[in-house]
Design a protein around this ligand. Sequence first.
Ligand SMILES: [Zn+2]
Length: 243
Amino acid sequence: MIHNLSSIPQPLPTEPPTSLGNADTQTHSLSRSRRNIGEPGKYWPQNSTIKIAMYDYEIEDEYVQAVMRAANQWLPHINLKFEFVTGDEGDVRISQNLRGDTGGSSAIGTDSQNSPWLPSMLLPRNHEDPRFEYVVMHEFGHMLGAHHAHQHPDAHIPWHSENVYTGYRRLANLDRQGVQDEVLPLPRSSTYDFLPYDMNSVMHYHVYESMTHDDFGITESWSISDGDIAWAKKAYPRAPEQP
Ligand SMILES: [Zn+2]
């Protein structure tokens, strides 16, 4: 099946790939604390069903099935439901990233509804890439209202500011404002619900040693962490199980 995706505009800057090769993957072992950052003003109504439009894909297509397998990993921890549909009408509209194979992007929470004529989420084209599942879970975290865990004001990542600006310009074509919005710490504002910093969050970027002082690095983790689960349960609490 041929998807004419070039007709769908690309609304959002995409997030960086991580593979720079093996030289940059050493990590410091830090204490493993938990959790995440949410923006409650953009959470979806409790117990609602989010309609997710896949444009011209059929739901039984392998691509959609791969998206669903990854995205649905959030479902046991929240009280929302996802309804995947063909077409362009949905609370969330998913297209593919045409600028590269490994990055994605998503509006935060209900911001997904702001421009219904545009996709609200871009995902990589190749669902067989080993990193695909991680990107889907990460972008669905944004769609649910989560921000980046590495932007926690308590993260204390020793960024080398010039290297982080030049590095992300090269990796993801982010300008300085983009780096401030997507990479550097968020202000301590009541807009956000800061749970304790979690370096294992699926919402955390890979931290390259080339962009920090003292060879500091953190490896991307490709699964929903205990901290992500704690955030999800707080944002969308499920009713207690009936005995
Ligand atoms: Zn992100």
